[in-house]
Design a protein around this ligand. Structure first.
Ligand SMILES: Nc1ncnc2c1ncn2[C@@H]1O[C@H](COP(=O)(O)OP(=O)(O)O)[C@@H](O)[C@H]1O
Ligand SMILES: [Mg+2]
Length: 313
């Protein structure tokens, strides 16, 4: 395992006024991955990004990026980090080209029109390079933010709620752009409060709430570890009791014996293989069924279960 590209230990942030936005965050990000930081509004996502990008001064903790201690060697590390902020805070009267060129210079890169051209083309912004940002559609404006963040060729890119408040089509477009960046070797940390986004994009997911990371795992492993499979089997004729052939399965009879409900499948193989075995056992026991519906729990179910309805996000 190579050294993490970013390593955060014991990070806390208490704002003036006493809000503890981060409460002992430990996090390691691997080179080349897409990491989704998933949490409700106010969880501390933007504060965490701000701390790494030098916009928020941490109260305590250490951060290492590319092997450099961020508190000592901030400038060198920051030059390799890009940030697509949550808010569209950019000069609306500036042209696309000038705005992106300005960002290129911000972290000490020499003006490189060829590279700027490549970036704008890759984001389908080339035609708009001389347009004022205010004249662009919402989707194009977001692409300008990405172009600005990419102008100094960062190896680590933060996207803070890249699709908050955008329509479904634009969201899919943004996902494609992010996937393309990963293809080019950029390590990506995105924050989101959309479970669907984490599920779609991420290699690993960290769940944050109240300034604490509740869990971090590979997306698949998280779903396998916490996920369950539910199967509803409609029987051809009602049963008075469970036949002994299926007693070992996590099933119960419902709806006056006309239905079997299966709930299980944590761990290896998931529940689907288990449900297939159950179907065979039913057949062996001579129990006919008319339909079988399987539903795997999504990251959304997991999230709701973890937060336990503590807070409606
Ligand atoms: N500049 C600030 N001053 C005081 N409190 C803040 C400031 N920024 C954020 N907070 C508070 O810190 C907590 C975390 O906020 P934030 O990091 O923006 O969460 P998220 O991005 O997950 O929605 C919230 O309670 C928020 O109100
Ligand atoms: Mg935020």
């Amino acid at each position: 395992m190579s050294e993490p590209i970013l390593s955060i230990r014991g990070l806390t942030k208490t704002y003036k006024g006493g809000t503890r936005a981060l409460d002992g965050v430990d996090l390691s990000i691997n080179r080349g991955e897409i990491f989704a930081l998933l949490g409700p509004n106010g969880a501390g996502k933007t504060t965490l990004i701000g701390a790494v990008c030098g916009l928020v001064r941490p109260t305590s903790g250490t951060m290492t990026a590319f092997g450099h201690d961020l508190s000592r060697d901030w400038r060198r590390a920051r030059a390799r980090i890009g940030l697509v902020p949550q808010e569209l805070a950019t000069d609306m009267f500036e042209t696309v080209w000038r705005a992106v060129a300005y960002s290129q210079g911000l972290f000490g890169k020499p003006y490189d029109p060829a590279r700027l051209g490549e970036i704008l083309k890759s984001l389908s912004l080339w035609d708009k390079k001389d347009a004022q940002i205010r004249a662009l559609s919402g989707g194009m404006k977001r692409r300008v933010l990405i172009a600005k963040a990419l102008a100094h060729d960062p190896e680590l890119l933060f996207l803070d709620e890249p699709t908050a408040g955008v329509d479904v089509e634009l969201r899919k477009d943004m996902w494609q752009q992010i996937a393309a960046l990963k293809e080019r070797g950029v390590t990506i940390i995105l924050t989101t409060h959309y479970i669907e986004e984490a599920e779609e994009m991420a290699d690993r997911v960290g769940i944050i709430q109240g300034g604490r990371i509740l869990m971090v795992d590979e997306k698949r492993a998280m779903m396998e570890r916490l996920g369950t499979t539910e199967a509803v089997i409609d029987l051809a004729a009602p049963l008075a009791a469970l036949p002994p052939e299926i007693a070992a399965f996590p099933v119960e009879l419902a709806d006056g014996g006309t239905r079997l409900i299966y709930r299980g499948g944590n761990g290896e193989g998931g529940g689907r293989a288990d449900v297939a075995q159950l179907a065979q056992a039913l057949t062996r026991a001579g129990v006919a069924f008319t339909s079988l519906d399987i539903h795997d729990s999504s990251l959304e179910d997991i999230f709701v279960g973890l937060l336990g309805g503590k807070e409606a996000a």
